[in-house]
Design a protein around this ligand. Structure first.
Ligand code: NAP
Length: 248
């Protein structure tokens, strides 16, 4: 028996990186997958076919997670296409890194809107079908920098710390409805997002990782399967770090 057999999962920002690996791993474990993309249209469309090869139902939606109305419409569409949402993975995220002195209001607002407001948008909308079904698992992708801060990422770290507070509040509000809410905090994972870092920054990160290597999207996806599945059904309000021991 696969761990997510017959579950219906929605993963935001699955056209690339970690979200793509989560969608694939979920499909491998038997889940039917709804997923979103925004600017990477071709990659999003290609993923739909790739996921269908696992023998599950898969559909991609072009939808901006930071847009409240679009998020409501997305959940309506997913419920109409799939019936409900059992697992929501709020993965969509961006960086606009720079030192605070140089950070514009726009860079602050954009990161907070895409990384944090999106989590509110999707969670609020998805909890309606979850409440009807009297069950659900919400997994919010935060980051170790949301726990420890990082120079040059005041906007990003604030958005990721905000996700943790939100996750715990939702766990308290909706636990009685059998809806779980957990955060997953990756450390340094090889994706296009971290590909933008220079050699020196890369070395500094690796120095502080006991496992002495960057993580892979697939390794984050494995932890996501655990949090989405009934294997974790007594776990809520937690932050699970997938960081090679970087932050203890
Ligand atoms: P990535 O490779 O840059 O991919 C980001 C994904 O988010 C893309 O699929 C992108 O879709 C989507 N996205 C961005 N804005 C969106 C929006 N407004 N609406 C819908 N989708 C949107 O990043 P990643 O490294 O995989 O990161 C995924 C998540 O993990 C993020 O939340 C990130 O903060 C977190 N994280 C990453 C690391 C790391 O080391 N990589 C560490 C800790 C946490 P389009 O391209 O289609 O627009």
């Amino acid at each position: 028996m696969k761990l997510l057999e017959n579950k219906i999962a929605l993963v935001t920002g699955a056209s690339r990186g970690i979200g793509r690996e989560i969608a694939k791993k979920f499909a491998e474990q038997g889940a039917n997958i709804a997923f979103t993309y925004l600017s990477s249209v071709e990659k999003g469309q290609a993923l739909e076919a790739e996921l269908a090869d696992y023998g599950v139902k898969a559909k991609g939606y072009r939808s901006d997670a930071s847009d409240y109305t679009a998020a409501e419409q997305l959940i309506t569409d997913v419920v109409s296409d799939f019936g409900t949402v059992d697992i929501l993975v709020n993965n969509a995220g961006i960086t606009r890194d720079t030192l605070l002195m140089r950070m514009s209001e726009e860079q602050w607002d954009e990161v907070l809107r895409v990384n944090l407001k999106s989590v509110f948008n999707l969670t609020k909308a998805a909890t309606k079908p979850m409440m009807r079904a009297k069950q659900g698992s919400i997994i919010n992708i935060t980051s170790v920098v949301g726990l420890m801060g990082n120079a040059g990422q005041a906007n990003y770290s604030a958005s990721k710390a905000g996700i943790i507070g939100f996750t715990k509040s939702v766990a308290k509000e909706l636990g009685s409805r059998n809806i779980r809410s957990n955060a997953l905090a990756p450390g340094f994972i090889e994706t296009e997002m971290t590909g933008e870092l220079n050699e020196k920054a890369l070395e500094d990160w690796l120095k502080n990782i006991p496992l002495k290597r960057a993580g892979q999207g697939e390794e984050v996806a494995n932890a996501c399967v655990f949090l989405g599945s009934d294997m974790s059904k007594y776990i809520t309000g937690q932050v699970l770090q997938v960081d090679g021991g970087m932050l203890m």
